[in-house]
Design a protein around this ligand. Structure first.
Ligand SMILES: [Zn+2]
Length: 219
């Protein structure tokens, strides 16, 4: 049987090494040693929780590739943590799928002006695909290939999904913007009643609707 716990520790260690997190890389190495010698997971579980813990490690720059790197790293953390806690692989993969149909953006509550950035689109595409890629790569026994982020994010099915989502955003009269700065004031009506807003993508990403947990519009 494939030792997914060991594989996830190896991958985490590899990413941490590349990103220069020596302290945490050594921690993962220690976890691997303890797992191999005594099947102990306590040391790994100890890495999580509290200030400056393993959860607070930030991977990737503030760009599209960085976003994917960070998300994939987070998924491997969830995998290692879940397995160390005794969850089944199926449970962990199910949990990763949660909330995968929500896209976040910006809205002016006074006039309804709406904006979604290309980073918001990418965050959606990443949350949508990463759990699926985990399943696919686990089945192919190639989980380690998920580290090659550049190859993944330029692949055809991801490009197609990204373009399809951009298209329905534009069709719904929501501004698609590459400016990721927060707009405190609405550029259309000048109101400062702006907020984070959520939409839901339905029917295989052919339809976008307002999620039902938003603040109400003023008119
Ligand atoms: Zn407005």
């Amino acid at each position: 049987m494939t030792d997914y716990y060991k594989i996830s520790l190896e991958i985490l260690s590899q990413i941490l090494k590349t990103e220069g997190y020596d302290h945490w890389e050594k921690w993962m190495q220690e976890d691997m040693k303890l797992w191999e010698t005594s099947k102990s997971v306590e040391h790994h579980l100890h890495a999580y929780g509290g200030m400056g813990s393993f959860n607070d490690v930030v991977i990737g720059n503030n760009d599209i590739g960085g976003l994917w790197k960070g998300r994939i790293f987070g998924a491997f953390q969830s995998l290692a943590y879940g397995l160390a806690s005794g969850d089944s692989l199926a449970t962990i993969l199910d949990r990763m799928q949660n909330d995968s149909h929500i896209i976040s953006g910006w809205r002016c509550l006074a006039c309804g002006n709406a904006k979604i950035t290309i980073t918001d689109v990418e965050a959606y595409v990443a949350s949508y695909f990463i759990p699926k890629l985990f399943v696919e790569y686990i089945n192919k026994n190639q989980l380690v290939d998920l580290i090659d982020v550049d190859k993944i994010l330029t692949s055809e099915f991801i490009t197609n999904k990204r373009n399809a989502i951009k298209k329905i955003i534009i069709e719904a009269s929501i501004t698609l913007s590459d400016d990721t700065n927060w707009q405190w004031k609405c550029p259309k009506c000048g109101s400062n009643e702006t907020c984070a807003y959520r939409w839901e993508l339905l029917e295989n990403e052919t339809k976008i609707v307002e999620a039902n947990d938003n603040l109400p519009l003023k008119k």
